[in-house]
Ligand binder design. Sequence first.
Ligand code: GCO
Ligand code: MG
Length: 403
Amino acid sequence: MLKIAAARTVVTSPGRNFVTLKIETQDGLTGVGDATLNGRELAVASYLSDHVIPCLIGRDAHQIEDIWQYLYKGAYWRRGPVTMSAIAAVDMALWDIKAKAAGMPLYQLLGGASRTGVMVYGHANGETVEETLAAARDYVAQGYKAVRLQSGVPGLTSTYGVSKDKLFYEPADADLPTENVWSTSKYLRAAPALFAAAREALGWDVHLLHDVHHRLTPIDAGRLGKDLEPYRLFWMEDATPAENPEAFRIIRQHTTTPLAVGEVFNSIWDCKQLIEEQLIDYIRATVTHAGGITHLRRIASLAALYNVRTGCHGATDLSPVSMAAALHFGLSVPNFGIQEYMRHTAETDAVFPHAYSFDDGYLHPGEAPGLGVDIDEALAAKHPYRRAYLPVNRLEDGSMHDW
Ligand code: GCO
Ligand code: MG
């Protein structure tokens, strides 16, 4: 038995907010888990400190599955991003401990490496097509095999995915939500032109991706997918608000552009219909927001039955702890597709020393026992929490819209 002796949550803001759970066993092993829920961080920190940690003390850290079921079934109030992020953090920390106890990098316990590295995509963006393509060329020069393109929309002052700092994209940038303005018709004219120019400029060897960020109606999404077909995208992401799986039937009827969704999903129940009806090609659920490594493996196993591959969310609001977990998962899972990789700032990397590394378009989790990532708590304490919100979106007439 590996008795859990203590656990604590660490909230830190090295450039952006992160919530980390640290679990300690009686014989001094420690494990870390990411519990960051962008814009709602303190809710998960409280859920862990006030409601989960008291139930962990004294349990056997080896019983990962039983503890998962205890926290999921035992809460009675199931699912939702707060609960599932908290369960995920516990799950990650326990896998970290188990792999450290075994003296192995976690991917070995998950069945070993199924590939030599985890293909990642970078996030190229710019106000104009030219700026976006210049950013994409930089990624290709660094060895990236896949790049997601997000560009400003003529006539709109700001939109999802476009930032001043080309290297580090951070949408949660204000202590009260910034208001963006959205026009579907302007966007639907701009997006195909971006990809036409991208194929001209970048050729056909690089995988190109695009994030719609849950903003279209099903029929508009079908039209966009159709308009993008000539440019052979790797995927079109989050075309419609993700809570309505039936919308994907309409999109599918109209386009062969591959579809990805799931960064806001919390459990296998959110994914079930989309996977079983083969309405998507990539499932984007993450370790942090979908119940940890234990639950994500279950989602991937269901997906594998239907040729759906993984494409985990990996934005900056998923901490290096989550990235490490995603990489161990991605290296081992049979139906791996691609992994998002938005780089963290040097400030963030310093608080979370890690073993994973990038080489020629692929990330590798490294060979350190466990997840291969830790939190420097002394340094973390120097970066106190700062309230930060994601933007909200309104149509040109002022109506609230999906951001
Ligand atoms: C992505 C995502 C992010 C989200 C962010 C919200 O595909 O990378 O859409 O950029 O907007 O994670 O917290
Ligand atoms: Mg996205």
